[in-house]
Design a protein around this ligand. Structure first.
Ligand code: ZN
Length: 242
């Protein structure tokens, strides 16, 4: 059975539930960080993620900030406002869970980080130049990242080559060949102009990666954002996918 790979849930329980319902059966879940921030359901998302089978979960920059390990000044005004609200509403049990999460981990030939191998919490891998520098930092064949909220795949087959950006083939199994950096996109706040949740399925036996999208009821989440008095922009952006 495949591994379900998710990232950047961002306190959006409606999106997380939709992804779990949409995903085919899986025997493990890898979550690349940012369970909270931006969205209205931080406790609900942490509770649900904690219950997932064979969970490997990393801490993201918003999770760090929610437990006071990153100053709010590192965030823009809206994001900082939601982090401050999240600090208030998170249960102490869920704060302890966030504190227990690592900034990186490895599993067989996979390195997992939220941002990048060189800066696990904060750096965005957005282009082949940044990817190139990071290919030199991790030692495994593959690296899974989140943080940018963009479904992206970089490949560098040979250390002398410059990495290339591979276009994502949705719903198709892609054979993984050394070496690659792969981002499954975001469950709770996609930023590629497609508002649907994004996630991936990793099959270790066949060494394949399959990217998927699924819809969820965005209006429900928008309503809860406004009811919690969180910034309206965080509600608007979900519908447009940015
Ligand atoms: Zn994020």
């Amino acid at each position: 059975m495949p591994i379900l790979v998710i990232s950047d849930v961002h306190a959006n329980i409606t999106a997380l539930e939709a992804v779990l319902a949409d995903a085919p059966s899986h025997d493990a879940v890898w979550c690349l960080g940012d369970l909270v921030g931006y969205g209205p359901d931080p406790n609900e998302c942490i509770d649900l993620v904690r219950s997932l089978p064979e969970l490997l979960c990393l801490i993201g920059n918003h999770d760090h900030a929610a437990i006071d390990m990153l100053p709010l000044s590192r965030f823009n005004r809206d994001a900082g406002a939601v982090v401050a609200w999240t600090q208030e509403v998170l249960t102490s049990e869920n704060k302890d869970f966030l504190r227990s999460l690592p900034i990186n981990t490895t599993y067989e030939q996979f390195t997992l980080v939220h941002g990048s191998p060189s800066q696990p919490v904060w750096e965005y891998i957005l282009d082949p130049h940044i990817a190139d520098r990071n290919f030199d930092v991790f030692k495994t064949d593959f690296c899974l990242v989140g943080h940018s909220h963009l479904p992206l795949i970089f490949q560098r087959s040979n250390n002398l080559d410059f990495p290339k950006l591979i276009s994502v083939q949705w719903e198709q199994e892609m054979r993984l060949t050394p070496r690659m950096i792969l981002n499954p996109g975001s469950v709770g706040q996609p930023r590629d102009k497609d508002p649907r949740s994004s996630y991936a399925l990793l099959d270790l036996d066949n060494c394949t990666w399959k990217m998927k999208r699924c819809t969820y009821d965005i209006s429900q989440v928008q309503l809860r954002i406004l009811q919690a008095d969180l910034p309206e922009r965080q509600a608007l952006r979900l519908m447009a996918g940015w």
